[in-house]
Design a protein around this ligand. Sequence first.
Ligand code: TMP
Length: 236
Amino acid sequence: MKKLEQVYEGKAKKVFKTEDAELFIVSYKDDATAFNGLKKGTIVGKGAINNQVTNHLMKLLEKSGIPTHFVEEISETETIVKKVTIVPLEVIVRNIAAGSLAKRLGLEEGTKMKKTVLEYSYKNDELGDPMINEYHIFAMEFATKEELELIAGYSMKINSILSTYLADLGIELIDFKLEFGKLSDGTIVLADEISPDTCRFWDSKTGEKLDKDRFRRDLGNVEDAYHEIMRRLMGK
Ligand code: TMP
């Protein structure tokens, strides 16, 4: 399948039309940003790793009954996906307090919480993806009640599938961000990516960070962390 005109370029991916009006090609970049684009850099090999790790996890989720946009991987950095209209929400699932939640509530990073926390942000770079709640979502018509119930249910199920899967590989799933899209018939599917860019992965034994926090916080060994995740998940 050929790439036609580019329809979108984000911070980490480009999206292209194809000859099939219902299919797009996503191309993952090595570009890395943090703090809403304020910090910029390159993580060599990130595009290939995030593409392959995302597809590996989306296939696992499909098998467990989560509908996704995944169709077919066509190269190390490119994948055919179903065309969706992105629901303008970032769904954040948290098992352990870290990052902005730890800061907001004055918790030490790594604090276990009694229950999984679900948060929503309005996906809008100009506004810095502000945190919102259900009332904002319905008032702004970002999603209907039925759609949000589905999105929240899928997000919790994804959390339990991925947490169990990763625990077996010695990885603790601290938190992660999901995006959902709507197919032309209105079906809600998981879209975007699931990768070290969008998840916090800590080594279960040592607590070592194996994700984009190494880049955000200048911890060093950024590429090594991405490679380690790919190795544990896919053996390469
Ligand atoms: P946070 O603690 O900074 O709010 O991040 C929560 C999770 O969401 C973390 O796993 C990283 C991910 N994330 C993104 O994927 N994109 C973003 O723009 C931000 C801020 C976080």
